[in-house]
Design a protein around this ligand. Structure first.
Ligand SMILES: C[S@@+](CC[C@H](N)C(=O)[O-])C[C@H]1O[C@@H](n2cnc3c(N)ncnc32)[C@H](O)[C@@H]1O
Length: 247
């Protein structure tokens, strides 16, 4: 049995240390029912979005792929299906998520390890494909993580991020915040008897950049936005990026 989540997201998401600490506690508690929650929270759309993320990646023979914040490994396993000749790794902050991924990893086609996305245990310019679904919104410090991804990516390498899409207008942001707060808290109550579990999604969006700012951040960190796809009335988006050379 995992310890009950007693801390509140809004008290911890303002600093990178607080966010890391909260995420570790939150995902330790939510891990056993995480897959049910994701299907429910997304109205059953989650698997389709993840497939679209994989479909949008280029055809390569033997890429080195890293799926950050891999959770229970959905995207990691899809990478292994797409790139049978590749070397595929999933990394996540939370040991409970890695344990579930390892249980699913019957054929040992991929490797999983516990790692913080702000400090990847990979050599410079080694990754061909980096993916993250509902990942970068959880970055302890987004700028720091984007710098780390750029360090780790091969020049010309591909990245794809699926996440909620934060609108620009304050009114639309407020609608999104309350929709996610109510919907997330409902699933937290239903599955864990605790609205703070999954209710955190709305809090995590508060400090997350709106879509335009996010794309500017990508560009500031030397990533070209190749294309983006929106889903579910613009609630979620996939950004496909290319890592650029820097001199
Ligand atoms: C919403 S889940 C997404 C899981 C999976 N990618 C999916 O789409 O189902 C977010 C994941 O991010 C992980 N996480 C949070 N902070 C992290 C960090 N600093 N480094 C790596 N993983 C992190 C959590 O443990 C959790 O598994």
């Amino acid at each position: 049995m995992t310890e009950k989540l007693k801390i509140k997201a809004k008290d911890h998401l303002d600093s990178s240390e607080g966010k890391r600490h909260f995420n570790q506690k939150h995902f330790t508690e939510s891990a056993p029912r995480y897959d049910i929650a994701t299907r429910g929270l997304s109205f059953g759309q989650d698997a389709y979005w993840k497939k679209r993320l994989i479909q949008g990646l280029p055809e390569l023979n033997s890429p080195y792929c890293v799926d950050i914040a891999c959770g229970t490994g959905d995207v990691t396993f899809l990478l292994a299906d797409k790139y049978p000749g590749g070397s595929i790794r999933g990394v996540d902050l939370t040991q409970e998520m890695i344990d579930i991924s390892n249980e699913r990893n019957q054929n040992k086609l991929v490797s999983f390890s516990c790692q913080d996305m702000s400090q990847l245990d990979v050599p410079d310019h080694s990754i061909d494909i980096l993916t993250g679904s509902y990942a970068i919104r959880n970055a302890p410090d987004l700028d720091e993580c984007l710098s780390e991804f750029h360090r780790a990516m091969k020049p010309g390498g591909h990245l794809a991020f699926l996440d909620f899409c934060k609108p620009s207008s304050k009114f639309a942001q407020s609608c999104q915040f309350w929709t996610l707060k109510l919907w997330g808290s409902f699933w937290g109550l239903l599955l864990h008897g605790n609205p703070e579990v999954h209710g955190y999604i709305s809090a995590s969006i508060k400090n997350y950049p709106a879509n335009k700012e996010l794309e500017q951040k990508f560009s500031d960190h030397h990533f070209e936005v190749v294309k983006s796809q929106r889903f579910f009335f613009g609630m979620t988006t996939i950004h496909f990026l290319k890592s650029l050379h820097t001199n």
